[in-house]
Design a protein around this ligand. Structure first.
Ligand code: IMP
Ligand code: MG
Length: 199
């Protein structure tokens, strides 16, 4: 992948190339298909960050399932609270169904914990998490990730649906973000990378 640049930021090293992403998503699809065979599977994907992952995962799942989306964004001024603003709620009922919550990345775990709490109020039969990336070094709240694509180090990543200030979602690989004028290293802490709104 060529380096992409938008003013103050540039993409650095590719962390996960698109062929690895496709392989792993296909494996996850097989695992999920086996685990939910004979079950009423309701996929709930979290916008915006998971939209590309969810689209690929859905096609790798070989059993009947539905998909719905929840849109969220962080409240400005309340970083790390785990409280997110719901910008789009579910269209269909998940009551009594087996929900698979599809997320791009679990970082502190606050967002996913909040979402699970919200989804439980609809009384689904079960809720499992499927996250493409797991940045477990930054976890604040422990939560079980039933289906995990990749464990990644504490770096800020973009591409394959994930953004920095709404840019870079269109990159086919997952790359590490560099802030221009920032540290010379590729390792950028999310705090340095600014707010994460947009999810
Ligand atoms: P958490 O609440 O800290 O677990 O953060 C969850 C959300 O923050 C993720 O679903 C992403 O939308 C966003 N996020 C966390 N780390 C990154 C990153 O490295 N790149 C892009 N978005 C991120
Ligand atoms: Mg997200």
């Amino acid at each position: 992948m060529n380096s992409f640049s938008t003013g103050e930021s540039t993409t650095g090293k590719v962390l996960i190339p698109q062929n690895r992403l496709q392989e792993r998503v296909s494996e996850l699809g097989n695992e999920i298909s086996q685990a939910f065979a004979e079950k009423d599977l309701a996929i709930v994907a979290i916008l915006k960050g998971s939209f590309i992952f969810a689209a690929d995962l859905l096609r790798a799942i070989k059993i009947p399932c539905s998909i719905d989306f929840m849109g969220i964004s962080s409240y400005a001024g309340q970083p790390r609270s785990g409280v997110v603003q719901i910008t789009k709620d579910l269209d269909q009922s998940i009551g009594g169904r087996n929900v698979l919550l599809v997320e791009d990345i679990i970082d502190t775990g606050l967002t996913a914990t909040y979402l699970i709490h919200t989804l439980r109020q609809h009384q689904p039969a079960s809720i499992d998490i499927c996250a493409l990336l797991d940045k477990s070094a930054r976890r604040i709240i422990d939560l079980p990730i039933a289906y995990r694509g990749f464990e990644i180090p504490d770096v800020f990543v973009v591409g394959y649906g994930m953004d920095f200030q709404q840019q870079y979602r269109n990159l086919p690989d997952i790359a590490i973000l560099k802030l221009n004028g920032g540290p010379k290293t590729d390792v950028i802490l999310p705090d340095q990378a600014g707010n994460k709104s947009g999810s």
